[in-house]
Design a protein around this ligand. Sequence first.
Ligand code: SF4
Length: 223
Amino acid sequence: MNKEFIFFSKKVYKCNKCARLVNFRNKITLKKRKSYLDQVYWGKPISGFGDLNGKIIIIGLAPAAHGATRTGRVFTGDKSADFLFNCLFKSGLSNQPNSDHIKDGLKLKNTFITLALRCVPPEDKPTKEELKNCSVFFKKELNMLKNKKVIVALGKIAFDACIKFYKENYGLTGSYKFGHGSKYNINGLTIFGCYHPSPRNVNTKRINATKMTHLFKKAKKLI
Ligand code: SF4
């Protein structure tokens, strides 16, 4: 494992900057979901996961309350993870179609997954200030991913965080609209918007496995 990334992740795990999110995180960790009462929740912020030399970067919004906040790995142990990894596997970007727990043998191929926000927000709604606080980590991690060629942003918040990153750090100007399949060429890389694989989006059929797999295959063709 890359020393810089280990050092970075240790800093992430210790972060307590957003009081509201720290309280919420702690509450979830102590209360737990009934079906996981026998488990010890991770209960700390979440770092990225995957191939640090990967060319495809997938960005989610934030850890799920009983997914990553419980297991300690991004998109692991919940319905969004089941959906996402089924699609990544079908696209040839992961070695298995499931992401259940940190010792499940999961490996990403040429792909890295991270988050715009590293602590679970109440009702999946972070404040502007919380996103700003966490953008320090977002920036550091994106800068570590030297081989990135394609970014797939899952949901509007992740998409906007990417655009903000390029505006603040690379002088990007103009307006960029999120939509499923929206595609922009920015600073030598391609950014795709993609609906988030949340149960809400899946149940309302806003996103389905065919649509998401198709988008991942398109991203793969570009690398
Ligand atoms: S959301 Fe980010 S900045 Fe806020 S406490 Fe969590 S890790 Fe720290």
